[in-house]
Design a protein around this ligand. Structure first.
Ligand SMILES: *Cc1c(COP(=O)(O)O)cnc(C)c1O
Length: 475
């Protein structure tokens, strides 16, 4: 180890790297036998890690061993077959290695001149996505981001710039009460006031109510506001619900509003036949967020914004500082730092490119189809049982249900408490990750089944575990 240059010898690098690869391979191979949940208080973590930054060096392997044992093995496993909560992260090994490769070469993904192939691969993979979602490939464009939150922020800034220019003091945006919180966060970041945000209530199926949307727009126009954008969701995080995209698109057209679709969760379902029908109308958006680190099976961090008119990204984000003037290049050679927030950015396109080249798009289609079907199978299984109630049907691989045996005399409050306790007991058992959400004021259990390694047996085992805990709680 040469501390003056922060270098290891070739031999040291190899054994260090191999040891990491061995650890990751072991993780991939044994995750099914491990527990998906993490736990640890701040106090416990402080005891493990809190220290002054060490001035002195340590043995590389010793530090690594410590990290593997105490950090990696004490974290939740988002790709575990029984990680059902939130949106799981069923990553894949090829993409994980691609990230390692991109980091190893420390490729700068900001501008054309520093890596023409990196910029080109972003153009190519974005154009794959444009085609998949029925966007115009020639005029369309997009950018990879850290995640869906950053993609939504990028979209909203672009929409505001295009529709309102510099004066957005009267600008108003519409989204449903089931829209993802990242949109609200984005609006806060860009300085919108409460009066500029309209949260439109959803209907009984958790869909954007277009009647209420229309009347809100009309009222705002009368009051001198400037409606400029509607955000619909293609696969809400709670229930997988897809808003009426076609109808909303018509309203946006008639009212000259920017139509953004947040498909961070559900967008990938377009690759499956049964998903594509549900997502009808998605190609009508002015901009669309998808999140490859969710249902495209990529490791964190990878989000994506697709846009109908590529030129709008550049006109929104371009700045020309003097120190970048030598690397301008020509129009067709895209500098992605001109298309979004980040200047220095990692080479995200690589993992997407290499995993689709390796497995083929068909494998992704099959995996997503399988995910949608296993959720539907779970719904049928629950409906046959006298103990369970399906609260929202399997939609884009998400299902919500609660323990509510036929003939019981529980009050709503007792049912809420019971289901909360069932989830708590499952989490404490660490056998599965299954947390609750709230729908129509009811506490429900929610399964998000986007892991192609999850078997129906995994689902049944988890439900059986729930029933066992339920009978213990009922005493
Ligand atoms: C997850 C999610 C987001 C946020 O994406 P991140 O990648 O977590 O930043 C936005 N919208 C929806 C619908 C989501 O499910």
């Amino acid at each position: 180890m040469n501390k003056d240059t922060l270098e290891l010898s070739a031999e040291e690098m190899r054994s260090y790297g191999y040891s990491i690869v061995d650890t990751v391979v072991e993780h991939f191979h044994t995750q099914r036998e491990k527990q998906p949940n993490a736990s640890g208080t701040r106090e416990e973590m402080d005891t493990l890690f809190l220290e002054e930054a060490p001035e002195k060096s340590s043995d590389p392997q010793e530090v690594l061993d410590f990290v593997v044992e105490k950090v990696m093995k004490k974290s939740a496993i988002p790709s575990h077959p029984k990680a059902f909560s939130f949106v799981p992260g069923p990553s894949n090994y090829i993409s994980a290695m691609a990230d390692t490769l991109a980091t190893g070469f420390n490729i700068f993904g900001g501008g054309w001149s520093q890596s023409p192939p990196a910029a080109e691969l972003e153009i190519v993979t974005i154009s794959w996505l444009l085609k998949i979602f029925g966007f115009p490939v020639k005029k369309g464009g997009g950018i990879f981001t850290s995640g869906g939150s950053m993609a939504n922020l990028t979209a909203i800034v672009t929409a505001r710039r295009v529709k309102c220019g510099d004066d957005f003091s009267k600008a108003v945006i519409y989204l449903s009460d089931q829209a993802h919180s990242s949109n609200i966060k984005a609006l806060r970041i860009i300085g919108f006031l409460k009066e500029q945000i309209r949260l439109i209530p959803t209907d009984s199926e958790f869909k954007f109510s277009t009647i209420k949307l229309k009347s809100a727009i009309a009222r705002d126009r009368l009051e001198g506001y400037q409606p400029f954008c509607v955000i619909a969701t293609a696969g809400t995080t709670n229930t997988g619900t897809v808003d009426p995209l076609g109808d909303i698109s018509k309203i946006c057209k008639a009212e000259d509003l920017w139509f953004h679709i947040d498909g961070a969760y559900g967008g990938a379902a377009i690759l499956a036949k049964n998903g594509k029908q549900l997502l009808k109308g998605i190609s009508k958006a002015d901009s669309l967020t998808v999140d490859p680190h969710k249902w495209f099976f990529q490791p964190y961090e990878m989000g994506c914004l697709l846009i109908r008119h590529h030129k709008h990204l550049k006109s929104t984000f371009v700045e020309k500082p003097e120190y970048l003037r030598d690397i301008e290049g020509n129009e067709s050679e895209i500098n992605f730092y001109d298309h979004g927030v980040q200047l220095t950015r990692r080479f995200r396109a690589l993992k997407f490119y290499i995993s689709i080249k390796t497995f083929g798009l068909k494998a992704f289609r099959n995996a997503i189809t399988y995910n949608i079907e296993i959720a539907e199978k779970t719904e049928r299984f629950l409906r046959k049982s006298a103990k369970w109630e399906v609260v929202s049907p399997a939609t884009l691989a998400i299902i919500n249900f609660r323990f509510n045996p036929i003939g019981n005399s529980y009050s709503e409050k007792q049912l809420d408490a019971l289901n909360q306790k069932i989830s708590g007991a499952v989490m404490d058992s660490r056998e599965a990750q299954l947390v609750t959400t709230v729908l129509n004021g009811q506490v429900v259990l929610r399964m998000c089944l986007i892991n192609p390694r999850t078997t129906f047996q995994d689902v049944k085992d988890t439900l059986a575990l729930c029933e066992r805990f339920a009978s213990e709680i009922e005493g």
